[in-house]
Design a protein around this ligand. Sequence first.
Ligand SMILES: [Zn+2]
Length: 333
Amino acid sequence: MRNRIVMLISAVMLAVTLLAGCGGGAATTGGGAGGSGAKTAANGSAVKIRMLDVGQGDAILVQTPEQTVLIDTGDVDERDKLKAELLKADVKKIDKVILTHPHADHIGGMDVVLKDYEVGAVYDNGMPSTSKLYIGYMKQLKAKKIKHEMLKAGDKLDFGSGVAFEVFYPTEALQKRGQQKGYKHDPNNESVVGRLVYGKFSMLFTGDAEKPVEEEMLQANDPVKSTILKAPHHGSSTSATPAYLKAVWPEAVLISCGVNNDYGHPHTDVLARCRGESTFVDRKTGKTKKTALVKNEKGDVLAAKTYETDKDGTITVTTDGKTYQIETGGKEK
Ligand SMILES: [Zn+2]
């Protein structure tokens, strides 16, 4: 009899312990966030992605509860803007800097970054460059003993707090070709392209990659489908092809470009394709032209919202890995 009571008490205690354990587990994992495994499962904390208003160029700040990451740094003559934006975002230290390719409108702000901030590591596309700016920064990295690594397709960076960055481009084959003497470089089409994944949320970062890279990634079956797309090459019509947009199928497209820039970025046909508008005004002739709508297998038309730093100022995406909000910097439209 006594043994039976002891057994009964033990069973009840075990049940209580198990129930308590289940409750705690469910609360911290934030069930239903999706993702592939614990490393990419959202933990419900806010992650902020800011496309900084730095004129004609790219500088995107990613802040997770654990890390600060800067993808590109804007142009040389926009350094003051970059400095002001980093101050506004309360950046104290930059854990990772990713340089998509060594054009000045992407690496021009490295001077501010290296002078004013403690930098954990710098990543680039692993392609040799004759850019004086690039060579200068690489010397500074060596002198300051900052970790410098090359990114290639298949790599995965950990941004902390369950946020991962999957690299799709450049491929190792391109990097090998790029090392050969006399290889004719095309820096835009050597850009680092990668997808940030946080639970159900994802954002595709494209540097200045154009049609040939988009086609290569589609052929490789890279999982490019993303909640948000950073418009490739500042919204140029040499990128964001209908086939690529169909594969990415973004809900929003973020474009970084300068007010009245010389290139006419973003191009009106790209805006129309993203938004699901069948006509656009040609920027050169002023004439209205037709464009093919981007449709999926079901026949739905892509109708993404578009945001531009030249009109919207800094664009801020806040996500908990399940939902997201987009705020603009309040510039006059
Ligand atoms: Zn650029």
